[in-house]
Design a protein around this ligand. Structure first.
Ligand code: ZN
Ligand code: ZN
Length: 212
């Protein structure tokens, strides 16, 4: 049975819903890439990274996600001019979701934004177990024991699901992009090369800036 899962930023100003969630309706993965790490350092939320630098992400089709309160607080940042749009709450620095261009119909949302699934047991019930680690070459000290590598079979399965969302008309409406223009529907900034470079030493397998 599918479930509607409540979404909220940390301070509660932004509120919404992820509709019709089942483990088979989403992809779940732990991403260790240095861009995800850099993003959370940039917004001051490195506390959300697991001890190996990973982000536990649930991918959903865009039309499954809608915010009914506080959308005026949503902003986006790109690490480079061609990078993903990484959306977060300007009110309280809560990461909300990562997207490619809306042509690629998915939103990767960190599990922490699902306030309707506040603990590991509930998250596993709703989203399934994390199906594996990706970009684990950037993981600090290697990925955690027991989390399998995300093999090519699983990767294909994940891509097929995302393409299916597009084909079945789940790309719109989109909580972060305007359907008519295809442009972002919230303010977006892009880091300067110097800002991006300053984040780099904090990320990856051997961060030179401890903690933070
Ligand atoms: Zn907030
Ligand atoms: Zn990543």
């Amino acid at each position: 049975m599918s479930v509607d899962v409540e979404l909220a930023c940390r301070c509660g100003s932004i509120h919404g819903w992820a509709r019709a969630v089942t483990p088979n309706a989403v992809n779940r993965v732990v991403c260790y890439c240095d861009d995800c790490q850099a993003f959370l350092h940039h917004i001051g939320r490195a506390d959300l990274l697991d001890p190996h630098g990973g982000t536990d992400v649930v991918q959903l089709p865009p039309n499954a996600v809608a915010f009914d309160r506080g959308a005026e607080h949503i902003v986006g940042v790109r690490l480079t001019s061609r990078g993903m749009h990484r959306w977060y709450a300007s009110c309280c620095q809560t990461p909300l979701g990562n997207t490619l261009a809306p042509l690629v119909a998915f939103i990767g949302m960190p599990v922490e934004v699902f306030c309707g699934a506040p603990d590991a047991r509930r998250r596993d019930e709703l989203f399934g177990d994390p199906r594996g680690a990706i970009h684990e070459r950037f993981a600090t000290g290697g990925p955690p024991e027991g989390l399998p590598r995300f093999g090519s079979g699983k990767l294909i399965h994940m891509l097929v699901r995302v393409v299916g969302w597009k084909l079945r008309g789940k790309a719109w409406p989109h909580p972060f992009f305007d359907r008519t223009t295809g442009a972002p529907s919230h303010p977006v900034t892009t880091l300067t090369p110097a800002e991006r470079a300053a984040l780099r030493p904090k990320c990856g397998p051997n961060p030179t800036v401890p903690g933070n």
